[in-house]
Design a protein around this ligand. Structure first.
Ligand code: AMP
Ligand code: MN
Ligand code: MN
Ligand code: MN
Length: 276
């Protein structure tokens, strides 16, 4: 089986390794195709492409954005987008700016109950990257109010927590249109994360989404089976990846953990070819 990973994060957003480090690990693991899919930024892509130059590793451009329809916070991956597309980058800039204020609001709420982390420290931890909750979690771990990332999310910063503040998210129509305008295809990420995975995918098909992420660690076999049927019925592109952010507590790196056939990349590229 070839090694392919189309869902990974770097220090351009909330991942632990720089884009070039992700590429080096991918090369060590023998990956053939990779897509970096940082949250709300295309900023890591040039470094990844440069690091892969002169190797046989193929890089597909990628991004992950939050889309909301009523109550649902659904993540959508964009593939094959032009990293310099103006309208997309302008919107992403707005989303990143919003994240800064949102972080400050969350820190204010946390400090109001005596947590005691500083906004400056969270910014420092993010180090110029897209500010996300894992950066807040890290500041909390540092001062010892939580033991690890999960603890932080479970106790203080999860989506249902009173200290949670929403990000600026796109509507389905807006998000999918932006990805299309930038020359890419839109894929519903990690269906297992939603209460009604098939309902979400069906809804996004109506909004014009092109594909679904089926090869994903937490997608059950039953869910994969159902999604493959849906993909066949609606001629969806099938994708997959690890959603790697950082080493697990044992130091293992999940990069390339899914067995993804090359037909996935071929299907993705064929669809991108139809767009251009
Ligand atoms: P944000 O984009 O700021 O809303 O933060 C969401 C990010 O937090 C996700 O992309 C994950 O990387 C991370 N995350 C969400 N839930 C958890 C959790 N339970 N444990 C650890 N990290 C999480
Ligand atoms: Mn993340
Ligand atoms: Mn996600
Ligand atoms: Mn992700």
């Amino acid at each position: 089986m070839p090694k392919i990973d189309l869902h990974m994060h770097s220090t351009a957003s909330d991942g632990a390794f720089a884009p070039s480090e992700v590429v080096h690990i991918a090369l060590q693991k023998g990956l053939e195709v990779l897509a970096l899919t940082d949250h709300d930024t295309l900023g890591g892509i040039p470094e990844a492409i440069e690091a892969a130059q002169g190797t046989s590793l193929k890089i597909i451009t990628g991004i992950e954005v939050g889309i909301e329809n009523g109550l649902r916070d659904v993540h959508v991956l964009g593939y094959g987008i032009d990293p310099n597309h103006q309208a997309l980058n302008a919107k992403l800039e707005e989303m990143r700016e919003f994240r800064l204020h949102r972080m400050e609001k969350m820190v204010d709420k946390l400090n109001a109950i005596g947590i005691g982390i500083s906004k400056e420290r969270v910014r420092e931890i993010a180090g110029g990257a897209v500010i996300a909750r894992p950066h807040i979690a890290k500041a909390m771990i540092e001062i010892g109010v939580v033991t690890d990332y999960n603890d932080a999310f479970n106790k203080y910063i999860g989506n249902d927590s009173p200290y949670y503040v929403k990000r600026l998210v796109l509507t389905p129509v807006e998000g999918i249109r932006l990805i299309h305008e930038a020359g890419g295809i839109a894929v519903v990420a990690h269906p297992c994360r939603y209460l009604d995975p098939l309902g979400v995918v069906n809804e996004f098909i109506r909004h014009g989404v092109d594909g679904v992420e089926i090869y994903y660690p937490d997608n059950s076999y039953k869910l994969r089976d159902d999604l493959f049927k849906l993909a066949t019925k609606h001629n969806l592109v099938v994708t997959g990846g690890s959603d790697f952010h950082r080493p697990d507590p044992n130091g293992n790196l999940s990069i390339g953990c899914e067995d993804i056939p090359m037909s996935v990349v071929e299907g993705l590229e064929a669809r991108l070819g139809q767009h251009s």
